[in-house]
Design a protein around this ligand. Structure first.
Ligand code: SF4
Ligand code: SF4
Length: 91
């Protein structure tokens, strides 16, 4: 799985990303970071087309947010591969 990532050291809180995502994954931030920037908050980013399907199709499928961000603050990082959790049931 891919994971959507906002680089807080680059983001300037312009909120353009909140306007372009077809799934409204970016929502305006409500708490300033150490630089006083209101970095957008991600709402269930696993819904992102790229997060879900990049590996399946072998290429980027949307990427509008990343393309439009004026500060190149949006990218995808490899998420931890899914691992089944063992559940121990004691009788
Ligand atoms: S478009 Fe880029 S710089 Fe603007 S709020 Fe979104 S991540 Fe930050
Ligand atoms: S790649 Fe597309 S679907 Fe995914 S967060 Fe960006 S704009 Fe939204």
């Amino acid at each position: 799985m891919m994971k959507l990532f906002i680089d807080e050291t680059r983001c300037k809180g312009c909120n353009i990303c909140t306007m372009v995502c077809p799934y409204s994954i970016f929502t305006p931030g409500d708490t300033p970071n150490r630089r006083g920037i209101y970095v957008p908050v991600l709402d269930r980013p696993e819904r992102c087309t790229n997060c879900r399907l990049t590996y399946l199709y072998g290429r980027q499928l949307c990427g509008v947010c990343s393309m439009i961000c004026p500060d190149q603050a949006i990218s995808w990082i490899a998420d931890e591969p899914y691992s089944a959790r063992c559940v121990v049931i004691e009788y």
